[in-house]
Design a protein around this ligand. Structure first.
Ligand SMILES: Cc1cc2nc3c(=O)[nH]c(=O)nc-3n(C[C@H](O)[C@H](O)[C@H](O)COP(=O)(O)OP(=O)(O)OC[C@H]3O[C@@H](n4cnc5c(N)ncnc54)[C@H](O)[C@@H]3O)c2cc1C
Length: 378
């Protein structure tokens, strides 16, 4: 098959790898607008569960990637200066650039061509193709120009977030909530290299306005966030990489393509970063789409239907959990002042509705007991 892929993110790269590895006669070209060594953002995380899925689907890639991951066995929820470690939540992390570089090398060795610095703005630029993959991320023009056909819904959420890094190496994935006179600030921070961590700051829209971020320079914004999180940063700087305040768009498509086009990854649907699953979902899409083509041969419409059958149930579950998680963060100005650190940690763990009281007793008996003691006290 002549396969043309728009976007060399985790979705497009991994799909290319699986197809080419299975059948080297496929002619696959990936078009990527960025240069090879450019990327936005810092590190991405995978839960232990996500890695187990990868291992089950693709042992070879699992062993290729895992030596490059930073691991930690627990997460921490901090309310001001009180830190509550939560057991039973293993995570691993890797720099986005490092992950992409590993995948570039992997697909190129298989014989896939990646054309960097090549922005595609219409289908003609791709030349003739049996299959076109829209893996061009959250702002995909292929999706936005075909919303009617695809049944696209986009829900822009009100919280503001900004994706920074820092040279402070944190020991666990931590969510720090700090109360200030302008409202609650949340930092999602985790090490992704021995000397670097992601440091994502999130605030409610009202807090953002009260703090004056709408008219603040990038330098003053960094200085402000460094002051709020001075205790966590211990003198280390916050580092920007094209960092700017964003609102999270919750995207869904009823139809997953048209003609010879298939959507995957963030172009297909987004899942909030607070459940750390965007990269995992993109890679699981690739596995499912590959399996669909393996079964249906060159019949794009049949493979797309099969892809939807395989992916919809598990994907919808994670997407719904991610949406419940978004709403929890949107209530942080109300929740954080009203809760003790233990209550906040417990509320965080049960925020998506997928972790029950029984689950909590199993995952972290100490936290469950501390929480239950508080509930019986009151
Ligand atoms: C702030 C933030 C934090 C995140 N944290 C995590 C996390 O901790 N864990 C996690 O798993 N996920 C995280 N994610 C999500 C994750 O980055 C994405 O879900 C994942 O990268 C999606 O993969 P993708 O391949 O679909 O799209 P992308 O990774 O976005 O790749 C799309 C590619 O297409 C290219 N492109 C776009 N348009 C064109 C065009 N017209 N022509 C050519 N090329 C084009 C882009 O340059 C890009 O390289 C986070 C996202 C954000 C915004």
């Amino acid at each position: 098959m002549k396969i043309r892929i728009v976007g060399a993110g985790p979705a497009g790269l991994y799909f290319a790898a699986l197809m080419k590895r299975h059948d080297p006669s496929h002619d696959i070209v990936i078009f990527e607008r960025n240069p090879r060594d450019a990327t936005w953002g810092f590190g991405v995380v995978f839960s232990d569960r996500a890695l187990e899925f990868l291992r089950a689907d693709d042992e070879e890639l699992y062993h290729y990637l895992t030596p490059h991951l930073e691991n930690w066995p627990e997460i921490t929820v901090a309310r001001n200066d009180t830190r509550i470690p939560i057991a039973g939540n293993g995570f691993a992390s890797i720099g986005r650039l490092e992950l992409l570089t590993l995948l570039y090398e992997y697909v190129e060795k298989l014989g896939v061509e990646i054309r960097f610095e090549t922005e595609v703005s219409n289908f003609q630029e791709l030349g003739p193709a049996d299959l076109i993959i829209a893996a061009n991320g959250v702002s995909s023009w292929i999706r936005s120009e075909n919303e009617k056909k695809l049944g696209t819904t986009t829900d822009i959420r009100p919280n503001k977030f900004i994706w920074y890094g820092t040279t402070k190496a944190f020991n666990s994935l931590t969510l720090t909530f700090r109360e200030t006179d302008k409202g609650v600030f949340c930092a999602h921070h985790y090490r992704y290299r021995p000397d670097m961590s992601t440091f994502l700051v999130e605030v409610a829209e009202d807090t953002w306005h009260r703090a004056g971020f709408d008219s603040m320079s990038p330098e003053d914004t960094i200085a402000y966030c460094e002051r709020v999180f001075a205790t966590e940063l211990e003198g280390h700087p916050i580092i920007s990489n094209h960092s700017y305040w964003r609102n999270f768009p919750v995207i869904w498509n009823e139809n997953w393509g048209f003609d010879n086009v298939v959507l995957m990854g963030d172009a297909l649907r987004t899942a909030h970063f607070s459940i750390g699953s965007g990269t995992r979902l993109a890679m699981e899409d690739a596995v499912a789409l590959f399996k669909a083509f393996r079964e249906k041969g060159n019949d794009v419409a049949a493979a797309r239907d099969k892809f939807r059958d395989l992916r919809l149930p598990p994907m919808r579950k994670i997407w719904e959990a991610a949406n419940a998680s978004i709403k929890w963060y949107e209530r942080m100005d109300e929740l954080v002042p009203a809760m003790s650190p233990v209550e906040l940690a417990y509320s965080y763990m049960t925020r998506t509705g997928r972790v029950s009281r029984e689950d909590m007793r199993r995952i972290d008996p100490e936290l469950a007991a501390a929480y239950e003691a508080l509930s019986t006290d009151t």
